[in-house]
Design a protein around this ligand. Structure first.
Ligand code: 5RP
Length: 226
């Protein structure tokens, strides 16, 4: 079994019967959603809130009933991936392009369980991954200049020669920090105070547990899953 599958499946132990479950996005949580589908077929009663169109399609395919934050504003547990996890369990997310919906669902969740392989663990945020920032298309050049003035090097994300468009119809810029992010909280506030920025991939003080698969072993940091 590969490391992503080990972590993704292990996190299903955090899911209790009769609960509302946030369904993250990415190649690790893919295994969580598939496993939850199997558990549903075996009798588990849950209702899921997907964080992307991709996860919505997968959840439907495996037979998980779905709802929305409008119908269920409180989520019992969300399971999601991450691009970086630091020693405080703060995160960078969004290389999969779903950071806005992921943060909305995470902020409505009583527990946020993150599933990663060991390569995502870092001492300082921004040293392994760029910081994804979702920006509206209107005058995006100006928004990039403001991000540059904050010390980052923003690059509009491209796919097959075209700008990548999120599920919300926006661009993503991946912001590179040559020495990492010195003050993640300050950066989060500065980015979110910038008109034209929808949200950014810093998830600070949100994670309750991290499931790490490394060298064929599983480790839980933060709260136990059960
Ligand atoms: C999507 C995300 C993903 O959870 C993150 O990119 C990790 O993905 P993967 O498990 O494929 O490495 O934040 O917006």
């Amino acid at each position: 079994m590969n490391l992503k599958q080990m972590a993704g499946e292990k996190a299903c132990e955090a899911v209790r019967n009769g609960t509302v479950v946030g369904l993250g996005t990415g190649s690790t949580v893919h295994f969580t959603i598939v496993k939850l589908g199997q558990m549903v077929r075996e009798g588990l009663d849950i209702i899921g809130i997907p964080t992307s169109i991709r996860s919505e399609l997968l959840a439907k395919e495996v037979g998980i009933k779905l709802t929305t934050l409008d119908e269920h504003p409180e989520v019992d547990v969300t399971i999601d991936g991450a691009d970086e996890v630091d020693p405080n369990l703060d995160l960078i997310k969004g290389l999969g392009g779903a950071l806005v919906r992921e943060k909305m669902v995470a902020s409505a969740s009583l527990r946020e369980v993150i599933v990663v392989d060991g390569s995502k663990m870092v001492q300082k945020l921004g040293t392994r991954s760029p910081l994804p920032v979702e920006i509206i298309q209107f005058c995006s050049g100006r928004t990039l200049k403001v991000i540059e003035s904050l010390g980052g090097r923003p690059v509009i994300r491209m796919t097959e020669g075209e700008a990548y468009i999120t599920d919300n119809g926006n661009f993503i810029c991946d912001v590179h920090f040559p020495d990492g992010i010195e003050d993640p909280k300050g950066m989060e506030i500065a980015l979110n105070n910038t008109p034209g920025i929808v949200d950014n991939g810093l998830f600070l003080g949100i994670t309750t547990s991290v499931v790490i698969a490394r060298d064929g072993e599983l480790e839980i940091q933060g709260q136990p899953l059960g």
